[in-house]
Design a protein around this ligand. Structure first.
Ligand SMILES: [Zn+2]
Length: 343
């Protein structure tokens, strides 16, 4: 019972709607967050403090369902008027600041500057009537506009319920982007990738970058990781090209080793897959198979020789000469047998 009560308490805290809408200070910050986290921007534009504009704050900005949903967006508030009253906010460093009573995460000056920039055309659609809500993506394209009805209907604000359902639909379509935890995880992966790069450990760097790519979101960090993986794959392709002359020269063992090295150094890349394919194909060639078999006999013979089991060693060398005498290991085995004869 006690644990359950604690859980309920924790859950209630985690999922409780915030008391106020959280807005960032300016458009640049909003765009940056949108780009790095894959979030949409929710911008509310109020021209002044008319009653219909006030109704947006009193209704929408205080609506629990909206406030909860607003955490999925990067929010901006533009209003060229002041006079909202101030709330005292205690900062982490103990200082107290005065903030706009509408949206205490910013000051009245912040939303006035934003309204000015908005009117100057920072975002398209500046001439829209207010009150109006814009949903904007990281490329500053307007994804949706939620505005009040027609002129005939007057400047009625959109009821909170309708804004919430419109935003939910948009979220379903666009996706929620990275949570703060996922974002932090991505930053940690990036830091690992950079450290690996500094140590010239391309294999580890690639592993971390591929983990970022696997997050598979429309965010800047994932996009950058994709580009980096592509660049590394170009390096891998150059290494792969170097193996071709070895194959042509019939230096199969060296070619197989070089192909294996490309696979191991650049795992997960298209080039590593190509290297595997070429290696399999090479290993399948009759003459290569014979060479590898001959090497296997030779290794065994040497193993027995090192254990002083000379009869067994001699048996393997002889078998090698009989079956694969034409290979380079056949030649080596003959020399070993000659040495045996001299003993
Ligand atoms: Zn204000």
């Amino acid at each position: 019972m006690r644990l359950a009560a604690v859980l309920v308490c924790i859950l209630a805290t985690a999922y409780a709607a915030p008391k106020y809408l959280h807005c960032v200070r300016d458009a640049e910050t909003a765009i940056k967050i949108a780009r790095t986290r894959g979030k949409l921007i929710f911008l509310t534009v109020l021209v002044d403090n008319d009653s219909e504009n006030r109704a947006v704050v009193d209704d929408l900005f205080r609506d629990p369902a909206f406030l909860k949903l607003s955490k999925e967006f990067v929010c901006l508030y533009a209003n060229k008027d002041d006079e909202h009253g101030k709330v005292k906010l205690r900062l982490k460093n103990g200082k107290q600041v005065l903030r706009c009573a509408d949206v205490p995460s910013i000051t009245c000056e912040d939303h006035m500057v934003l309204a000015m920039n908005f009117a100057r055309g920072f975002f398209p659609g500046s001439l829209a009537r207010t009150p109006v809500h814009f949903v904007i993506d990281a490329d500053q394209e307007i994804v949706a506009t939620i505005k009040n009805g027609t002129f005939e209907q007057g400047f009625n604000h959109v009821p909170a319920k309708r804004v919430v359902s419109a935003l939910k639909r948009l979220l379903d379509k666009h996706g929620r982007g990275l949570t703060e935890e996922e974002y932090k995880h991505m930053l940690a992966l990036w830091s690992d990738a950079k450290a690996a790069h500094a140590r010239s450990n391309v294999t580890l760097e690639l592993k971390k970058l591929l983990e970022i790519v696997a997050l598979d979101r429309k965010v800047e960090g994932v996009q950058k990781a994709r580009e980096k993986v592509k660049r590394i794959d170009t390096l891998a392709a150059k290494e792969l090209a170097k193996t071709e002359p070895l194959v042509e020269a019939g230096e199969w063992e060296e070619a197989l080793d070089a192909l294996q090295k490309v696979r191991e150094t650049y795992p997960g890349t298209p080039t590593a897959a190509k290297a595997k394919q070429r290696r399999d194909k090479l290993q399948d060639r009759k003459e290569v198979k014979r060479l590898l078999k001959a090497r296997d006999y030779y290794d065994r013979a040497q193993h027995y020789k090192s254990l002083e089991k000379l009869d067994l060693a001699r048996k393997y060398f002889e078998r090698l000469v009989r079956k694969y005498g034409d290979t380079k290991y056949g030649e080596l085995a003959r020399k070993e047998l000659e040495a045996f004869g001299e003993r």
